[in-house]
Design a protein around this ligand. Structure first.
Ligand code: DQA
Length: 144
C-alpha cells in the first residue's frame, strides 16, 4: 500500500527557506525518513511538492485510486484553500495534516485551517519530525 506525502507552496525550498522557522532539513531528507518509517509497516511512500493549488487538488484525486492514506502539509494553502478541503472530502482513507512550525504561535491568519475540517489528526510545531510521526500513525491506521 502507498501513502502520498503532499507538500504545498514554497516547501521545495525547505532547508533554505527561513531556516530559523523551518530548520535545515530538506524535502529529500523528509522523503528518506518517511520511507524508512514506512518500510517498517510495509508502506510505500510517494512524496510530492507543488507550488500550484490545482496540482495539489489533482494529486488528491489521484490518491483516490492509488493511495491508502494522505499526509499533507498544505503550507499556505492550509489557510486559504476551500478547493483542497473539497478534494480531501472526496478521499476515503485517513488524512493527517502536518505543519513543521507551530502555526498557533505565529500570525493569527495561520491559526485557521480549512484542511483541519477533514484531517483525522494534526501535527504542528514538531519540526520535520512531524512527517515521520505522521507516517508511524499511518502505519497503525493502514499498515500491514
Ligand atoms: C507551514 C505553516 C504555514 O502557515 C506556512 O504557510 C507554510 C508552512 C508549516 O509547515 O509550518 O508554508 O505549513
Amino acid at each position: 500500500r502507498t501513502i502520498f506525502v503532499l507538500n504545498g507552496p514554497n516547501l521545495n525550498l525547505l532547508g533554505k527557506r527561513q531556516p530559523e522557522i523551518y530548520g535545515h532539513a530538506t524535502l529529500a531528507d523528509v522523503e528518506a525518513e518517511c520511507r524508512r518509517v514506512g518500510e517498517g509497516f510495509g508502506l510505500e511512500v510517494r512524496l510530492m511538492q507543488s507550488n500550484w493549488e490545482g496540482q495539489i487538488v489533482d494529486w488528491i484525486h489521484e490518491a483516490r485510486e492509488h493511495a491508502a492514506g494522505i499526509i499533507l502539509n498544505p503550507a499556505a494553502l492550509t489557510h486559504t484553500s476551500v478547493a483542497v478541503l473539497d478534494a480531501l472530502n472526496t478521499f476515503e482513507g485517513p488524512v493527517l495534516e502536518v505543519h513543521i512550525s507551530n502555526v498557533h504561535r505565529r500570525e493569527s491568519f495561520r491559526h485557521h485551517s480549512y484542511v483541519s475540517l477533514r484531517a483525522d489528526g494534526v501535527i504542528a510545531g514538531l519540526g520535520v519530525e512531524g512527517y515521520a510521526l505522521a507516517m508511524r500513525r499511518m502505519g497503525t491506521l493502514v499498515g500491514s
